[in-house]
Write a protein that binds this ligand. Sequence first.
Ligand SMILES: O=C(O)c1cc(=O)[nH]c(=O)n1[C@@H]1O[C@H](COP(=O)(O)O)[C@@H](O)[C@H]1O
Length: 280
Amino acid sequence: MHFLDMLRQAERLNDSLLCVGLDPDPERLPGAWQGDASRLFDFCAAIVDATRDLVIAYKPQIAYFAAHGAEAQLERLIGHIRRVAPRVPVILDAKRGDIGSTAEQYAKEAFVRYQADAVTLSPFMGFDSVEPYLRYPDKGAFLLCRTSNPGGSDLQNQRLADVDGQPRVYEHLARLAQGPWNTNGQLGLVVGATYPQEIERVRELAPTVPLLVPGVGAQGGDARATVRAGYRAEADGTPRGLVIVNSSRAVLYASGGADFAAAARAAAQATRDELNAARR
Ligand SMILES: O=C(O)c1cc(=O)[nH]c(=O)n1[C@@H]1O[C@H](COP(=O)(O)O)[C@@H](O)[C@H]1O
């Protein structure tokens, strides 16, 4: 199934725009697991079990596993998501971006090794660094566009003097992702919840691509403003412009105690409801 169809299906199934980010920091694991990197799978699997009917997607961040030599736990975790939430897509947050021949290897890593449904990419090196991912016709690729961190504006907000209308870098990128780069409808864009006005601008320039929006919860982004700026429904209620709103730490570490999974569920439910309230 094409990644976009999978997203739409999960959105309907769980009535949700919430993506739970799986960023397990050993130092923040609950109770006796604290500091034990062999428990990353156990922790994340418990979070998935507690939230699987509340989410449009899961987004494991590869660095949290690779930093601890825990890639096998990431593979196991994605297998676990397949078993307990087979209709929820997995976005591998890898933020890759390299020349074509190396990108071929990264694409294989994301889509063959980890069996992810989509990946995050830095578009800084241009279209030939993105194209190898598009050779997997059912998979998605989210290009960093206007990121949630303050330093995102250092480059992304600069104007391009040589392009018609002198757009900002992120505006130019939104146009490319909606048009010439989106050869098979596989592209999405990453826009931070911390900048709702820029989400609105990206949605204007890229009316139909899915937007992955991190930054609610721990980074303080506004959930309602995010949905109002980025979500677009068709007349029959079918989403035309989807937003996938990620929250990681605010869900994962809602409690540091034995009730961590129940607390994660409550946090996820509250965020899902807040997002839904904004689109109705
Ligand atoms: O690509 C991303 O997912 C991403 C882009 C961005 O602009 N900002 C951003 O925070 N992220 C990721 O989204 C997650 C945010 O985590 P929390 O701030 O804990 O919700 C982390 O995994 C970040 O790496």
